[in-house]
Design a protein around this ligand. Structure first.
Ligand SMILES: Cc1ncc(COP(=O)(O)O)c(C=O)c1O
Length: 353
């Protein structure tokens, strides 16, 4: 077993020739991925592969009928050289919900954990050392591999975990972003799959994303697809707002329950904020003191500007282009817990041996 202590990291990282401070948020090949197959009604043995490719039947249900779900999580190296996972059980639970919601075989929690830890350990030389704001991104993926031509759930599945080192989302601290409201395409339907982490939602979101990114915005704001009145999501992140000492975040059947948001809600309560989880009308945008998007990738992206292009209205938030004090406090607290710099009062962190 590879030892994850600081001395090993130092030598291993030097051999790597990776400039940890320059890492972006993208794919880098690592040494191994870990796979497991579901056949004849049960999960088999864990397999290790060094191939980046998946041999698959051309009629696999993942390819034709979108039977696939994934997760996104990170491993963080602390000052002590120990590698930490953040609330991994929540990712396991969410993948199980996504599997149930698309009639796929569920990955048992124990198997999920074993495969994640194995993948990290086999790729220990890619865990970015403390101090660069970088981390090891973990991508668990569940796909229907059974061949089906009619629309029905597959009988066979593959669960695969790969990792890739990623840099901080915003180099040099939190950078406020510009968002545009999208009304001519929807990401998800009220009783569709918007609350699951399945590929189809991301394919549906590309029309809005490409449209606003080409106009200089970082992400689209999606509204509820029924009335186009309530805020759903900001690209691939949840929305939150701060007003009158209150943390406000949308409640909707078509948004993905973000583990970052769930954690920020707790931290907001810890610092004495009230929390409101309720439909958030876009009419309220002019009343908020701070607004932001949250998710694993960036933790918090403070929002400086929201452009409602159809109505010709622009909402502005950040003074001198700086994030608001509450967003900053929440960001620093959450990141501090993830890297082990602050006490883990809520038992969110698992330290790997
Ligand atoms: C659509 C969507 N919403 C929200 C989130 C944020 O979720 P989390 O905080 O669990 O990363 C993500 C990222 O996973 C996402 O893809």
């Amino acid at each position: 077993m590879l030892s994850l202590c600081i001395d090993n990291f130092k030598t291993i990282n030097m051999e790597n020739n990776i400039d940890w401070g320059k890492l972006g948020f993208g794919y880098m090949k690592t040494d191994y991925n870990v796979r497991c197959y579901y056949r004849n009604g049960k999960w088999g043995e864990i397999e290790v592969s060094s191939s980046e490719y998946i041999p698959m039947h051309m009629a696999a249900s993942a390819l034709h009928y979108g039977q696939e779900a994934f997760e996104g999580m990170k491993a963080y190296c602390g000052k002590d050289g120990k590698v930490r996972l953040f609330r991994w059980e929540e990712n396991a639970k969410r993948l199980q919900r996504s599997a149930r919601g698309t009639h796929m075989a569920e990955v048992p929690t124990k198997l999920f954990y074993e495969m994640i830890v194995k993948t990290i350990k086999l790729n220990a030389r890619f865990v970015p050392p403390y101090g660069h704001g970088a981390s090891l991104y973990i991508r668990p993926l569940l796909i229907g591999t059974g061949a089906e031509v009619g629309v029905k759930p597959a009988k066979e599945y593959m669960f695969i975990v790969f990792v890739t080192p990623v840099g901080p989302y915003f180099k040099g601290g939190l950078t406020p972003v510009k968002i545009a409201i999208v009304r001519d395409s929807d990401r998800a339907a009220p009783l569709g799959t918007g609350d699951l982490k399945v590929g189809g939602n991301y394919a549906a979101s590309l029309r809005g994303t490409v449209k606003v990114v080409s106009q200089g915005y970082s992400s689209p704001m999606y509204l509820d697809s029924c009335e186009r009145r309530y805020i759903d999501e900001i690209g691939a992140a949840n929305f939150f707002a701060i007003k009158n000492n209150t943390y406000i975040t949308p409640k909707s059947t078509s948004i993905l329950p973000s583990i970052t948001n769930m954690s920020l809600i707790q931290l907001a309560e810890d610092i004495g904020l009230k929390v409101e989880r309720r439909p958030v009308d876009i009419e309220e945008l002019s009343t908020f003191e701070e607004v932001g998007a949250c998710g694993t990738a960036a933790v918090i992206s403070p929002i400086n500007e929201i452009n409602d292009m159809d109505k010709g209205v622009v909402y502005k938030y950040c003074k001198d282009g700086k994030p608001g004090p509450t967003s900053l406090k929440l960001y620093e607290t959450l990141v501090g817990i993830q890297y082990g710099d602050l006490p883990d009062k809520h038992n969110w962190v698992t330290i790997l041996d």
